[in-house]
Design a protein around this ligand. Structure first.
Ligand code: HDD
Length: 757
């Protein structure tokens, strides 16, 4: 009978162990006593934790968290429909009626169970970061960091710890568009063998405010305005800039928010930061300060604003889809974790800023970022709700070796995250939801509460006890010991003096941007403040910008049609600190190391296209890991010269220009003539151009470029390196030049204000 059971057990080689025992209907009459666990379905987390946990070598695509989550994965294939009580359902189409035309019977428990469950399917969305996308993966330590931290995830080179990461926008609701101008959340749950560590960060290394006390006001101001709930997922409205102009600590963050960091091309192409200064503690109890940095292997790349706006309509799921497809296609996104480690004495010597102030960075020129490990996301969730929606991150989840500092924003976060889950996930047992459960064992005397899963055995649920031999007993120095920082002070509300300096690093950021990044910042302020209706609110922001850089303020004021106002008053009138520029603050400082992998390229076709050229281009792009797609005016075949007909994969209408990183116009007279008559195609090409994307133009494709009115020279008269024009005979050389342009991502030198196209 066991062999029969094994034979009928579904098995998926790609996701090994996926459809395990838990998915299988138990045999009739099968029972066990609590002391004799089923051989295959273990009851302790230690037993079911995958052997790959810790220092093992997971296969590519296999995930170390498989073991623990297999227990709850459900597969319905080859199964009959049942109620939640496991009773097989004969008819799922018709409710139970008294006569075919009569009323529904109260006793229809099957109908009632189905509707009742449906009625309660929704839970409150997150109060911030409501929209997001998640994935599983692992963190791998490069080296033994035990001299600076006893955190077990850094214990030895090659050690792997399972992770679940959720990326998010901050402001929009759960159904809002991915490409809104916003900060992106970058939250990582490390399931370490000594408990869960959550690094709940953002893609921007500083924050809006310095004290958690102001968080509700900040969020109220940036969320849709309360009387009419407008606008969705946008900071471009009066209440946010009203709050901002009256909270000058915001100006450093505002510079990042108006930069292209706030419109990333992909979650895979943005940095992540722990933001606060944290503390690392080693086994000897020695402590150092630390800042966490994630750096993407794919480089940091962004959209341009017009592209982001159009994407919000064309594909509101753009980032979510991008992450999903990259992982499904085996292009596992990867980041390197870097630490800035410094001592308290070093921190005390930083005279321009306080390391406890979350509106400040520690410039990399002062403390270099040291790479300590890498993270690979290699598995999509099976169920969005069960995993991505129910995952609960918490700034208070630290493990031995990682500790807090007195950053007043961090201190407030320690309270907020657990608290919010009580409403969102409905009670104090959310740590038992599978995606949140640690792989380390949980033993304590906490009991009961809504939805309790654990069946704690025995009569003892208190401590100290003798009746259970003192168990579970305190771990002493093996447990989490708070760093014994000596503290003395009066009980006061207020902030340290250095916290009052708000503009030095805003200016540092501005100075460290390339000219095109500066141009984008000015344009972002123009857009956002034009949407603001109240002149005084606009003016206050420009007044703040005068303190950042008078030229920036002037550029923005000109665009708003107002004179430059006097600078916003400052609390301390000491000179604004002058930092040397930090080139690493530019997005362009990290082009990435993956070439053209995962770049989406449209190949525009119509009847009469040169099919041999299309096939060669397609194969060549595919070989380098790009994602070419044959785009036409309608689905079906196009007749081709030079080879068999081609299948159109998708249309210009279904995937407009913004969904591609580049376009190819292959040779073929008749095809070019047909495409030239299609306004959608001309618009497609204009958007490719306007969004700084590369074009490969072959043979008759030239006439399309002319019809769309695209300049082939840059504004400075030089040839545009992103418009590669060639005769079909020189296809190979043209492909090399085109791939180089795709690798560069954007041809920013094309931009003018106003745009030429
Ligand atoms: Fe927060 C969610 C990041 C300040 C209160 N926060 C949340 C998420 C991220 C951050 C990435 C989404 C986690 C997920 O994907 O589920 N938050 C930050 C960063 C901050 C920050 C980087 C500053 C450095 N947050 C902050 C403060 C407070 C909160 C000061 C409150 C005092 N944050 C929350 C919250 C959320 C949250 C209300 C909403 C949903 C949740 O926690 O689980 O507790």
């Amino acid at each position: 009978e066991d062999a029969d059971l094994a034979a009928r057990m579904p098995y998926n080689e790609v996701k090994p162990l996926e459809y395990g025992q838990a998915a299988f209907t138990p045999h009739r009459g099968e029972t066990r006593t609590p002391d004799t666990p089923l051989a295959t379905a273990s009851t302790t987390t230690e037993d079911i934790a995958s052997s790959k946990l810790g220092d093992g070598e997971p296969d590519i695509g296999a995930n170390p968290l498989n073991g623990p989550l297999d227990r709850v994965r459900v597969d319905d294939s080859n199964r009959e429909l049942t109620t939640n009580q496991g009773v097989k359902v004969a008819d799922n189409q018709d409710s139970l009626k008294i006569g075919l035309r009569g009323p529904t019977a109260m006793e229809d428990f099957i109908f009632r169970e189905k509707i009742t469950h449906f009625d309660h399917e929704r839970i409150p969305e997150r109060v911030v970061h409501a929209r997001g996308a998640g994935a599983h993966g692992f963190f791998e330590s490069y080296q033994d960091l035990s001299s600076i931290t006893r955190a077990s995830l850094f214990a030895k080179p090659g050690k792997r710890t399972p992770v679940f990461v959720r990326f998010s926008t901050v402001v929009g609701s759960r159904g809002s568009a991915d490409t809104a101008r916003d900060v992106r959340g970058f939250a990582t749950k490390f399931y370490t063998d000594e408990g869960v560590f959550d690094l709940v960060g953002n893609n921007i290394p500083v924050f809006f405010i310095q004290d958690a006390m102001k968080f509700p006001d900040l969020i109220h101001s940036v969320k849709p305005e309360p009387h009419h709930e407008i606008p969705q997922a946008s900071s471009a409205h009066d209440t946010f800039y009203d709050f901002a102009g009256l909270s000058p600590e915001i100006f450093h963050m505002l510079m990042w928010l108006e930069s292209d960091r706030a419109i990333p091309r992909s979650y895979r192409m943005m940095q992540g930061f722990g933001v606060h200064t944290f503390r690392l503690v080693n086994a000897k109890g020695e402590s150092r300060f630390c800042k966490f940095h994630w750096t993407p292997l794919a480089g940091t790349h962004s959209l341009v604003w017009d592209e982001a706006v159009k994407l919000a309509g064309a594909d509101p799921d753009f980032h979510r889809r991008d992450l999903w497809e990259a992982i499904e296609s085996g292009n596992f996104p990867e980041w390197e974790l870097g630490l800035q480690v410094f001592t308290e004495e070093q921190a005390a010597a930083f005279k321009l800023f306080d390391v406890l102030d979350p509106t400040k960075i520690v410039p990399e020129e002062l403390v270099p970022v040291r790479p300590v490990g890498r993270m690979v996301l290699d598995r999509n969730p099976d169920n969005f709700f069960a995993e991505t929606e129910q995952v609960a991150f918490c700034a208070a989840h630290v493990v031995p070796g990682i500790d807090f500092t007195n950053d007043p924003l961090l201190q407030g976060r320690i309270h907020s995250y657990v608290d919010t889950q009580l409403t969102r996930l409905g009670g104090p047992n959310f740590h038992e939801i599978p995606i949140n459960s640690p792989v380390a064992q949980v033993h304590n005397n906490q009991r009961d509460g809504f939805h309790r899963q654990a069946i704690n055995r025995g009569r003892v649920n208190y401590e100290p006890n003798s009746l259970a031999g003192g168990c579970p007993f305190q771990a002493g120095s093996r447990g989490f010991v708070s760093y014994p920082q000596p503290i003395e002070g009066s009980k006061v509300r207020g902030k340290p003096e250095l916290f009052a300096e708000h503009y030095g690093q805003a200016r540092l950021f501005w100075k460290s941007q390339t000219p095109v990044e500066q141009k984008h910042i000015v344009e972002a302020f123009r857009f956002e403040l034009t949407r603001v209706q109240t002149p005084a609110v606009r003016e206050r922001i420009v007044a703040g910008l005068v303190n950042v850089d008078p030229k920036l303020a002037k550029a923005v004021a000109d665009q708003l049609g107002i004179p430059v106002p006097p600078p916003l008053p400052r609390v301390n009138n000491t000179p604004i600190p002058d930092y040397p520029p930090s080139p690493s603050l530019s997005l362009l400082a990290r082009p990435g190391r993956v070439g053209i992998r995962t770049r989406r390229v449209a190949i525009a076709v119509a009847n009469g296209v040169d099919a041999a050229a299309v096939r060669q281009i397609h194969a060549s792009l595919l070989k380098d890991g790009a994602q070419p797609r044959v785009v036409g005016q309608h689905l079906g075949e196009v007749a081709a010269v030079n080879g068999k007909p081609l299948d159109v994969e998708v249309t210009f209408e279904a995937t407009p220009s913004v969904m591609y990183d580049a376009v190819v116009l292959p040779p073929g007279e008749a095809a070019a003539a047909a495409l030239e008559r299609d306004g959608r195609v001309l618009e497609f090409l204009r958007d490719q151009y306007r969004h700084d994307k590369p074009l490969l133009v072959l043979g008759a494709g030239r006439q399309l470029v002319a019809a769309a009115g695209l300049p082939v020279a840059l504004p400075n008269g030089e040839p545009d390196p992103g418009i590669v024009v060639a005769d079909p005979g020189h296809l190979n050389a043209a492909l090399v030049a085109f791939k180089t342009a795709v690798m560069r991502h954007k041809i920013y030198a094309r931009e003018t204000d106003p745009p030429r196209v």
